[in-house]
Design a protein around this ligand. Sequence first.
Ligand SMILES: NC(=O)c1ccc[n+]([C@@H]2O[C@H](COP(=O)([O-])OP(=O)(O)OC[C@H]3O[C@@H](n4cnc5c(N)ncnc54)[C@H](O)[C@@H]3O)[C@@H](O)[C@H]2O)c1
Ligand SMILES: [Zn+2]
Ligand SMILES: [Zn+2]
Length: 393
Amino acid sequence: MKAVTWHGKRDVRVEEVPDPTIHEPTDAIIRVTSTNICGSDLHLYEVLGAFMEPGDILGHEAMGIVQEVGSAVSAIKPGDRVVIPFQMSCGACFTCGEGLYSQCETTQVREYGSGAALFGYSKLYGEVAGGQAEYLRVPQAQFTHVVVPDGPPDERYVYLSDVLPTAWQAVAYAGVPKGGTVVVLGLGPIGDMAARIAAYHGARVIGVDLVPDRLERVRARGNEVVDLRGHEDDLGALIRDMTDGRGADSVIDAVGMEAHGSPVPKMAQTLTGLLPKALARPLMRNAGVDRLSALYTAVDVVRRGGTISLSGVYGGAADPLPMLQMFDKQIQLRMGQANVKRWVPDIMPLLDDEDVLGVESFATHRVPLTEAPHAYATFQKKEDGAVKFVMTP
Ligand SMILES: NC(=O)c1ccc[n+]([C@@H]2O[C@H](COP(=O)([O-])OP(=O)(O)OC[C@H]3O[C@@H](n4cnc5c(N)ncnc54)[C@H](O)[C@@H]3O)[C@@H](O)[C@H]2O)c1
Ligand SMILES: [Zn+2]
Ligand SMILES: [Zn+2]
């Protein structure tokens, strides 16, 4: 089959690889019909290479048709239309019982001290072959699937794999009070969708980014936006001006470890990208390698007693946090990989013909899988109005 494989910093290729097969009774094989590129894939493309091997298959936002199931999988059968969550979870352990599917105790990657295994996301998350391919092997398939109806186009459902539950959790964790204000930092797919969900729930949304067409997309849906390029030094003051002098009730950080700004950690990130793996891995795991400017901004613009919800991925072990300000402002902080299936029952009713979240027109680009190298480059550089790429195998 054809698959998108990782070969090094900013080097992804489309290659012929062996078709996946059933290894365990709990496996299923899916014929992929749509598969997205995510901002999280850009971290592998740029700074997390120390944990990748050349030839690793990328991708964790796939949907398709069940082809084959193992003997222990009875919840789905060949021919079913399914979306595959980005994490593998068993549905039966203690953490799954708590709805913490991204912490599943059956698939946790203990060797690296990580939570649940993720598709196509490096040794840190189990080195499981990803979904940017014609076929995908799904471990723990008895639970790791969302069955969706036949009929509507893939775009109606494909974001259930990641964008929708991640944005939903970001909003839920932000705890915006009734009639309150939420600042959304970063208006990539996650921030854009979080803005839609927060607005749907009645919040006042102020979106912040530095890419003009991303700001425009969020503004066009009736939200306020701030272009960071004009306010790198006074964003906190500006947001306080917009919120009775107090700051926002809640802030969602949808930027993560590669934030614009913060020159010193950028050096550490570049270093880990250049060092031989044996040196880069311990540096990455023991040092503060994140560009924290979005998180610092969040601490600045949130009001006293407000909540920060981090959905952007961070990866450093010794990142300096502004504890004085966080403690003094009595900030609440919630974060983590989205627990995908925890939110699906809440989201599904919104994916009807009315399409209140605009999922069917959410993607800016739909391209053949064979164009993945160009798509990755365009998405990373945020060129050509690129916000979301959906690929067809
Ligand atoms: N928690 C989860 O389960 C989960 C799931 C998916 C993605 N993510 C993470 O969420 C983050 C966003 O994902 P995405 O797909 O939207 O990625 P993206 O890279 O397309 O979006 C990030 C946006 O942040 C903007 N930005 C950069 N620096 C900024 C700053 N200092 N202030 C404000 N905006 C800034 C960029 O211009 C860009 O538009 C990534 O870190 C990704 O890894 C987390
Ligand atoms: Zn993703
Ligand atoms: Zn589990």
